[in-house]
Write a protein that binds this ligand. Sequence first.
Ligand SMILES: N[C@@H](CCC(=O)N[C@@H](CS)C(=O)NCC(=O)O)C(=O)O
Length: 215
Amino acid sequence: MAGVERVLYGLPISVYSCKLRLALALKGVDLKETPPPGGYASATYRAIVPQGTIPALVEGDFVLTESDAIVEYLDETGIGRLLLPQEPRARARARAVSRLVDTRLEPAARALFPLVGAGQPVPEAAREAILRPLATLEELAGDGLFLSGLSTPGLPDCGLWAVGAVLETLDEVLGLHLPLPALIRAGDGVPATAPHLATYRTVLANWAAQKTGAA
Ligand SMILES: N[C@@H](CCC(=O)N[C@@H](CS)C(=O)NCC(=O)O)C(=O)O
């Protein structure tokens, strides 16, 4: 949008900020991330972004949260390469798969955060909560390299790769021995996203080291 400054709020450790970073990289859009003033959920940040969550995109008085909505908005306003298909059924499928990552897999991974450094065993039900959506996602990808179902990665892949990096970190520090599918690492073979994923893994490793006292 000509003349209006575009601000993207996010943090290096945030899984959804990583998802959006990957989406921007696939789009070929260079948009620097700004930390939420006062931290996310703070009163200062809520004065700008009422939801208090990251990522958030602000263009003047237009404030948008939710990673999927932000990517769809960028697609629909012609910013960078399209990450959702145009054909209605393919588009609906991509949205549904992305929601599956965000509403099933990510929360199951997040549920394990408090166990990092806590020295407690991981309940079998928590492992199952991760493995179930992972198996579904693998089935949906079929023989394809990408969750998009296409020959190029799209919106659902960005979420999966970000959560995938989190799962790998949890797997290592909690000794989960999860049978993690190759699908979660497909972003490492994509030149645009590989460096962002490498950086994110380092951020996660530092976070885990701090939690476990290994730092
Ligand atoms: N569904 C949202 C989730 C965003 C989200 O939960 N972000 C976390 C950081 S990874 C956050 O802002 N948490 C603070 C809060 O929920 O108050 C999205 O897709 O962007």
